[in-house]
Design a protein around this ligand. Structure first.
Ligand SMILES: Nc1ncnc2c1ncn2[C@@H]1O[C@H](COP(=O)(O)OP(=O)(O)O)[C@@H](O)[C@H]1O
Ligand SMILES: [Mg+2]
Length: 379
């Protein structure tokens, strides 16, 4: 029989060092694991004591521990690696990087965020579009993949149209400037007419997503955001395989029914070992000019789901005509409506400062990484 401590170590295999992109267990960062009753204590050695990504590592370890049967609380004892342990870690990281050369042009350290939910119509695409624009307005280059092959909507929501061209055998995403940054988008909408039903079967659809990820030029993107199709189907599985460091933001309406579906999505995310970064509640109650609060889609679903998943509620976005109208007009509300702007900029701020900081700006291992890339290039 597997003990809870063994099960936990097994589970920690899936916690990746955010910079090196390899398992913290494989990298030798996990020390002793003890379980006393239902309380687990995990020793984790960081490469540098002041590592700004320690919060993310702590959160991921904690989340992994709480999934293990028989563990209900966890403390993490953080330490710093000895120089010799660090040297071994770099050797391991180099070897792993050589063995598993990435199959995409998305930089290894770029945060990959899937906007997911268990059902359609909750606002995934609207959240994707507005969040991506908010990040671009902050000066980032944001790659956006419209993985909703049948139900693509991002070209319209973002007011982007055109033909995808190829250079050096790679599809070139269409690009649009927002503020000081830019957004690069690939969508089936650039390859098919919106009105035409796509009568493709599952396998071909998966292949299309794979090509959008692997055979496209995403080099240089600071963030990679994916608008996923509803449900926990094959496309999500394909994405999870291609982008193992992907994290999910789960969108739900405040209604309990949508929340239950979203919970199923989160359960899927857990089982396939993807990280849940947090919950976004959309279509939340709004106040109208007369001061009356309207809760068209119920209330409380967002925080209830976040609590159930021990993950933060990242934003609660009210039902707001500007958000729908902005989408129809191809000018996302984040850049035309003060309230939407505040909400989505706050969400972007939370992501860039805490939940998924951009690479390079955080870098406790940045110098080592450069080393690593040089080694991979030489091989
Ligand atoms: N906060 C909101 N306020 C008003 N309308 C919204 C809001 N979020 C989404 N919508 C509208 O709801 C519909 C469904 O949203 P969409 O983003 O396409 O959902 P999904 O991608 O999950 O299917 C769209 O017509 C969109 O404009
Ligand atoms: Mg959609």
């Amino acid at each position: 029989m597997t003990t809870p401590a063994e099960a936990l170590r097994e589970r920690l295999q899936y916690v990746l060092d955010p910079e090196l992109g390899a398992s913290i267990v494989t990298l030798g960062m996990v020390g002793a694991i003890t379980v006393d009753g239902t309380h687990a204590t995990v020793e984790v050695a960081l490469t540098t004591a002041a590592c700004p990504l320690r919060a993310q590592i702590e959160r991921d370890v904690k989340e992994a521990a709480l999934v293990v049967e028989g563990i209900s609380s966890v403390s993490i004892v953080l330490g710093t690696m000895s120089p010799s342990a660090k040297a071994v870690l770099m050797d391991t990281a180099r070897r792993l990087a050589q063995e598993s050369a990435p199959t995409t042009t998305i930089p290894r350290t770029t945060p990959v965020i899937a906007i997911s939910s268990g059902k359609g119509g909750v606002g995934k695409s609207s959240v994707t579009a507005n969040l991506a624009v908010a990040l671009a307005e902050r000066g980032f280059t944001v790659g956006v993949l419209d993985a909703d092959i049948w139900g693509f909507s991002l070209p319209r929501l973002l007011g982007m149209a055109g033909d995808v061209t190829a250079r050096d055998g790679k599809m070139q995403p269409l690009e649009k400037t927002f503020g000081t940054g830019s957004l690069r988008l690939l969508s089936m909408g650039f390859l098919a007419e919106e009105e035409k039903a796509l009568l493709w079967r599952g396998l071909i659809v998966q292949k299309a997503v794979q090509q959008f990820v692997e055979d496209a030029n995403w080099s240089g993107v600071d963030y990679f955001i994916i608008d996923t199709p509803p449900g926990t189907g094959d496309i999500s599985m394909t994405l999870a395989r291609l982008l193992p460091h992907m994290g999910h933001i789960i969108v739900t309406t405040p209604a309990m029914a949508a929340q239950r579906v979203a919970a199923r999505m989160a359960d899927f995310a857990r089982r396939s070992n993807v990280r849940v970064l947090g919950v976004v509640e959309n279509m939340a109650p709004f106040s109208c000019e007369c001061g009356h609060e309207h809760d068209v889609f119920g209330r409380g679903g967002g925080i209830a789901l976040a609590e159930e998943l021990s993950t933060p509620l990242l934003a609660s976005i009210p039902l707001r005509a500007h958000i729908a109208a902005g989408g129809d007009a191809g000018t996302p509300a984040v850049s035309s409506d003060t309230m939407a702007s505040e909400i989505f900029q706050d969400l972007a701020e939370l992501l860039t400062s805490k939940i998924a900081p951009p690479a390079g700006m955080t870098g406790c291992t940045a110098r080592m990484l450069k080393d690593l890339d040089a080694a991979v290039e030489r091989s």
